[in-house]
Design a protein around this ligand. Structure first.
Ligand SMILES: C[S@@+](CC[C@H](N)C(=O)[O-])C[C@H]1O[C@@H](n2cnc3c(N)ncnc32)[C@H](O)[C@@H]1O
Length: 272
């Protein structure tokens, strides 16, 4: 199977596609602590569930989203419009590998959920450098990413990534910066101060987000509709079965390889 699994999630309006799902997103939102007048960027917005939540709750904050996938871009634009949550959000379809399209010092806060870790090799570092450029001095970067456990060697991680890339079109988690200490050292080397390191496994799973407003309810309904579509479409069901079968062969159950880590850093140094 050579499909990109992200297209599958895009087609079914898959939401909160990251470690600990909704619960982790709510933690990210708590850490973001959006204020009126602030500018906030999401890198890799997927089908836009987090942006919909944020823009409907923080109506006086300006949100921008970048994603590299046309399928995700379309799904997120539809979700925001359907939920009437598009007024304070700008979505941008970007080219992976190129510098981000906004000016330096544009954002107070930048966040990502399961986007940085799927960048290969030095691409992770290059993206962090460009994120730093976009952040204002003292701006914050907050992310939830899957990182290999210390018990997994770089060689094991590279082998799994190779197989995943072949089967699903994306790697599991960057193997050059294999472990949590490699990530925190990289962030410090780039001139970020690490303020929070939180293990997502400490959060309790959450099946629904609290219906804080009607826009969030509509967004949840859209996600449920996508799940129903996935169950009743023979093509999508076949695709999902094939993914799960291949995944169980690449990463046999019984051993834990990765964990979700939520990290908040501050852009303290102007130049590195
Ligand atoms: C695993 S999905 C997560 C989506 C969403 N953040 C969530 O948690 O549901 C990764 C997303 O990042 C996007 N992405 C991956 N690499 C990217 C890059 N270099 N620049 C922008 N978006 C990227 C993908 O298109 C996809 O929408």
């Amino acid at each position: 199977m050579s499909h990109n699994i992200l297209n599958y999630f895009g087609q079914i309006n898959g939401a909160f596609i990251h470690a600990r799902g909704r619960a982790a997103t709510l933690k990210i939102i708590e850490l973001l602590d959006c204020k009126p007048g602030q500018t906030v960027l999401e890198l890799g917005f997927g089908t836009g569930a987090t942006l919909t939540y944020l823009s409907s709750v923080y109506k006086n904050t300006s949100f921008t989203g970048y994603d590299a996938s046309p399928v995700m871009f379309e799904a997120a634009a539809k979700r925001l419009k359907f939920c009437s949550a598009d007024k304070n959000v700008k979505l941008k379809l970007i080219q992976p590998g190129q510098n981000f399209p906004d000016d330096s010092n544009s954002f107070d806060k930048i966040f990502a959920e399961s986007v940085l870790a799927i960048q290969e090799d030095e691409r992770l570092k290059n993206i962090l450098i460009d994120i730093k450029r976009l952040l204002k001095h003292n701006g914050e970067l907050i992310f939830n990413e899957t990182i290999w456990l210390d018990t997994v060697t770089r060689e094991e991680a590279e082998k799994i990534n190779l197989d995943c890339k072949k089967a699903f079109g994306i790697i599991q988690a960057n193997a050059k910066y294999t472990h949590l200490s490699n990530w925190t050292n990289l962030l410090k080397d780039l001139g970020f101060e690490v303020e929070v390191v939180f293990h997502a496994s400490n959060l309790k799973h959450q099946r629904f987000v609290k219906p804080v407003n009607w826009q969030v309810i509509l967004s949840e309904l859209l996600t449920i509709q996508g799940k129903v579509k996935a169950v009743f479409s023979p093509k999508l069901t076949k695709e999902w079965k094939s993914y799960t079968l291949e995944m169980s062969q690449i990463i046999p159950p019984g051993r834990q390889y990765m964990e979700g880590v939520i990290i908040k850093v501050r852009n303290v140094k102007i130049d590195v």
